[in-house]
Design a protein around this ligand. Structure first.
Ligand SMILES: [Cu+2]
Length: 167
């Protein structure tokens, strides 16, 4: 009953079905992983206790402190930051022997937390508008290599009482 042409058609359908199965196996694991942000193998970044202080030394500059915790299973890296103020320049800073210096990036290990605090690591913002004062609020956006952008609303506290900028 089956013609040669019919058999050929059947075979090509079987081949097509087989390659479809192979294709689905190849694509699915990656697709499933994309939908699960907290799955093993991913970082889970949380920003706690953000606090901003005006510098007493450089007018219009602000230090921001916070705790960055990573409850995930993989490392992430803070690679940059920005604020919603056009003139401002935002940098990642560390402090050594009382002197601040710029860092390109900051590692956030898994199941750990990194504290940005006076006299140590901090986010430095230069060229904020001169009319900013205690109580001013602004939005800081932190950019992580894997977790993407994290927004932090920061309220400006009093002047930074740390003396490290004088050395
Ligand atoms: Cu600094």
């Amino acid at each position: 009953m089956k013609s040669v042409a019919g058999l050929r058609a059947m075979n090509s359908i079987k081949t097509f079905a087989a390659s479809l199965v192979v294709f689905m196996f190849a694509v699915m694991p990656g697709g499933a992983a994309l939908g699960m942000g907290s799955a093993p193998g991913f970082p889970q970044i949380k920003i706690e206790a953000p606090e901003a202080r005006m510098s007493r030394v450089i007018v219009g500059s602000v230090s921001v402190f916070m705790k960055i915790s990573n409850t995930g299973k993989a490392e992430d890296t803070l690679v940059g930051a920005r604020v919603d103020v056009p003139s401002a320049i935002v940098e990642i800073h560390d402090t050594e022997n009382g002197k601040m210096f710029r860092k390109e990036k900051l590692r956030i290990p898994p199941a750990d937390a990194v504290e940005l605090k006076p006299g140590g690591l901090h986010i430095m913002i230069f060229k904020m508008p001169e009319d900013i004062k205690e109580g001013s609020e602004f939005r800081l956006v932190l950019l992580f290599e894997k977790s993407g952008e994290k927004q932090v609303d920061v309220k400006l506290g009093g002047a930074d009482t740390q003396m490290h900028m004088h050395h």
